[in-house]
Every structure is written in C-alpha cells, then in structure tokens.
Unconditional design. Structure first.
Length: 157
C-alpha cells in the first residue's frame, strides 16, 4: 500500500470519528442521564466563541484570526472544538448539567496537545443566555493553578 493510500485512509478515519463526535443530529442520552422534561435548556444548541477574558486580562479579546471555537450542547452532552485554518487543534467533551445559576461540564475525553490533564475534571460556571448570546464565567483548576475564564458565545446560525 502506498503512502498516499495510507494517508487517505487515516484522514478518512479521522474525519469519520470527528463527525461521529461533533454532529449532534439526535438527542442521545444514557439511562443515567436525568430526564429533561419537555422543554430543552436554553443553553442547548451550537455556539461560537466571539470573545473572552482569561486569567488576569482586563479586556475581552476576539479569537486569533483564522481560529474558531465551536461548542455543541445537547441532551446532557457537550463537545467543543478549536479549529485553525481547517485543522482541529483541540477538542474536549463529556457531560453537562445546567440549573438556574450553575452550568457544569465534566470532561470525559480530549484531543490536542496539552489537553490530557482535563480528563476527569469537572468545571462549574455561572451562566446566562440572553437571546442569542451565552455568557459564562468560571475558574478552571489546571495543574494546581486557578485560571479564570469569562466567555461570550453567540448561537450559530
């Protein structure tokens, strides 16, 4: 088998795996997930990060040119991806819960350099959806350091 065919096979397998992870075509929940009732949470949907303040930053900043962060939230599950110039640089996903004041993500899997320490972590955020804008603020404890994040997301159209 030539190198070209091996690379094409690997690329097709990677694309298929990514599609199976990030395409929330249906509401898939395990038996352990709590019932949601008839009305979905306002946080459910596809979201694009428009600006954030991380750490000690005083001002909101837009993602770097050519970089996009998308988060899919549905059926008690979430996945986020960071894409630059058509390549997935980082991703994470798992379960989420949302009540009136707290949004919680429990990370079950990751992709990308420097992401492995997130697996098994649970992060709490205060949150608010106002129209097509989702605001969430929290502190991530990563490698024994607290990192404050304050993010503004826009619902994907």
């Amino acid at each position: 088998m030539t190198r070209t065919f091996r690379m094409a096979g690997f690329s097709l397998a990677a694309l298929t795996a990514l599609a199976l992870i990030v395409l929330p075509a249906r509401d898939v929940r395990s038996q352990a997930d709590p019932p949601r009732g008839d009305k979905p949470s306002p946080v459910e949907g596809a979201w694009k990060l428009v600006e954030s303040k991380n750490g000690d930053a005083q001002d909101y900043q837009k993602p770097p040119e050519g970089t996009e962060m998308i988060k899919y939230v549905t059926g008690g599950r979430f996945v986020w991806t960071v894409v630059k110039d058509g390549r997935v640089l980082a991703a994470a996903g798992g379960k989420y819960t949302a009540d009136k004041e707290k949004y919680t993500e429990s990370i079950e899997y990751v992709h990308g350099e420097g992401q492995a320490s997130l697996v098994g972590k649970t992060f709490d955020f205060t949150w608010k959806v106002d129209g097509n804008t989702w605001l969430h603020v929290g502190t991530l404890k990563i490698n024994d350091q607290d990192v404050k994040i304050d993010e503004k997301w826009e619902r994907c159209k």
